[in-house]
Design a protein around this ligand. Structure first.
Ligand SMILES: C[S@@+](CC[C@H](N)C(=O)[O-])C[C@H]1O[C@@H](n2cnc3c(N)ncnc32)[C@H](O)[C@@H]1O
Length: 498
């Protein structure tokens, strides 16, 4: 059995016996051998001496894969590796892994030294994080950082608060700290959840990241379950490869990897950095995963506004059903004190219907003096917040016209977003134009790139690229001549107009 298979086998045995809750609490799941080898193969090894870091090393599979790769490399003569791991139980495996690798090195002409550091990686390096003159100490970082949410005011990691915005997760603090410890031009390869690319809580981290590093490559897994299926992790995962540099590579490579990691699914796509790195408020990193998404991104990146700056806004329905149990009733008669409540079930196949007969979905909300959860009956584009994984479209919508319900106020349940114009009512042409935009496959594909989860968040919609109001009106007018506005027809209208 080869050494890496051996290392992998022992950690899988360890992992299967381990309490799941304990693993979750310390963000511990292990990288399969094939992924470790793939990540190692991304690093250019063209120096004589090299200093490597593996923070959160677990059993050391990542550093060991890289060390195996280096054994076959003609340039490198001297290697030092620092491995941080603060879990005593896995530490024993780490010692054994490095011991086995050292035996191999002893048979070669290369010199390997290593330091196993049983300490908290972040706390140990906080002084360096806060030192503006610190120039870095490693040439290569290879890491699968722990994944877990931290308390908002986690006092231990307060030192890194300059990159925290809202709820921190330890994995991006590991990425940031590792990059801080890299020398200029030093290389990094991380496997992490995808959420940092567009998630709201990662905004400050992204702002920092794009200034510090040159991102050369992203590798995306074709299936959501693939990379850590032995560990039963379903987080969407991504590999990022880059180097520490103030200059961004013009064309960023995006590679799709298949389930067995043996083949690339398709040819890599090379995307211009201006398309990937969005310099607007949320500093999104937009990584298309398919040719369709790439084309959509290219198309929509030319739109000059964001939905907000074009004068529109998306908000989330304010009525939370379980907080209003006593007020939501299964009645159909609208009065001054009983307003229609709009749920997911009222949106189907691009159309709005109310009331609908649906078990446990009550139609009317009773008002008690205060109407803070209701909104004025006006024209809105309704957008579902949640769609199931099986559904082909992420964005599901229905235009709502105020004459559809004879009422002054309406209630919108919390699983629905509604789009409106900030200073005035949406006109019929605007509503139709918005429907065409959001019903197109182009925008659906674009939104998949933009969204950090399977939810359709108001925040992500508000910051998406958007055309000018006059374009929306013109598109609406073009749509008037069609009886049926399928997604293909909507694509056709957008392609013809822009
Ligand atoms: C996601 S696992 C990855 C392990 C290994 N690198 C791999 O790829 O299989 C992250 C590891 O980081 C360790 N860890 C968690 N918090 C840490 C900390 N603050 N300092 C050092 N190690 C930590 C966990 O015990 C766990 O073994």
């Amino acid at each position: 059995m080869d050494i890496l298979t051996n290392i992998e086998d022992s950690v899988m045995k360890f992992s299967s016996k381990r309490d799941k809750l304990k693993k979750k609490a310390i963000g511990q799941f292990f990288t399969p051998k094939e992924i470790s080898q793939y990540m190692s193969s991304l690093i250019q090894l063209n120096m004589k001496k090299v200093k490597i870091l593996d923070p959160g090393a677990g059993n050391g599979i990542l550093a060991c894969s890289l060390l195996c790769e280096i054994l076959n490399n003609d340039f490198i003569e001297e290697i030092h590796v620092d491995l941080y791991e603060n879990d005593m139980e896995v530490f024993e495996l780490l010692e054994k892994s490095l011991d086995q690798i050292q035996k191999l090195y002893k048979k070669s002409r290369k010199k390997l030294t290593y330091h196993l550091i049983m300490k908290d990686f972040i706390l140990t390096n906080l002084t360096r994080w806060n030192d503006d003159n610190f120039k870095g100490m490693y040439n290569i970082i290879i890491a699968n950082p722990p994944y877990m949410k931290l308390r908002k005011n986690n006092s231990e990691y307060q030192g890194m608060s300059n990159i925290v915005f809202g709820q921190p997760n330890i994995y991006f603090l590991f990425m940031a700290m590792s990059i801080k410890l890299l020398e200029a031009q030093g290389q990094f390869v991380f496997i992490t959840p995808k959420s940092y690319l567009t998630g709201l809580y990662f905004t400050k981290f992204r702002e920092w990241l794009v200034k510090e590093v040159d991102i050369e490559k992203f590798c995306i897994f074709e299936s959501r379950k693939t990379p850590f299926n032995k560990e039963k992790i379903v987080q969407e995962t991504i590999i990022i490869k880059g180097k520490k540099s103030k200059f961004q590579t013009e064309l960023v490579e995006i590679t799709n990897i298949d389930n067995n990691l043996k083949n690339h699914v398709s040819k890599p796509i090379f995307v211009h950095n201006k398309i990937i790195f969005d310099k607007t408020k949320n500093c999104y990193i937009k990584v298309p995963t398919t040719r369709e998404e790439y084309n959509a991104l290219n198309f929509i990146s030319k739109w000059p506004k964001t939905l907000n700056t074009a004068g529109f806004k998306v908000s989330t329905g304010k009525v939370v059903d379980f907080r209003n149990k006593d007020n939501i009733v299964n009645e159909f008669e609208i009065t001054d004190l009983k307003v229609p409540l709009i749920w997911n079930v009222n949106l189907k196949n691009g159309k709005f219907t109310w009331p609908v007969k649906y078990k446990n979905k009550y139609q009317i909300m009773k008002l008690h003096g205060e109407n803070k959860n209701t909104i004025i009956n006006s024209n809105y584009l309704l957008i579902k917040r949640f769609t199931s994984k099986e559904e082909s479209r992420r964005i599901q919508i229905a235009p709502y016209k105020k004459e559809m319900l004879n009422t002054k106020l309406i209630g919108i349940e919390n699983h629905i977003n509604y789009l409106y114009k900030v200073n005035e009512e949406l006109s019929q042409s605007e509503l139709l134009g918005l429907f065409i935009i959001f019903n197109s496959k182009i925008v659906d594909s674009y939104f998949r790139v933009l969204s950090s989860s399977t939810q359709v968040n108001a925040n992500e919609l508000n910051f998406m690229n958007f055309p000018e109001v006059r374009d929306i009106i013109n598109i609406g007018k073009m749509g008037e001549k069609y009886k049926l506005l399928t997604d293909e027809v909507c694509d056709g209208i957008l392609l013809e107009y822009f």
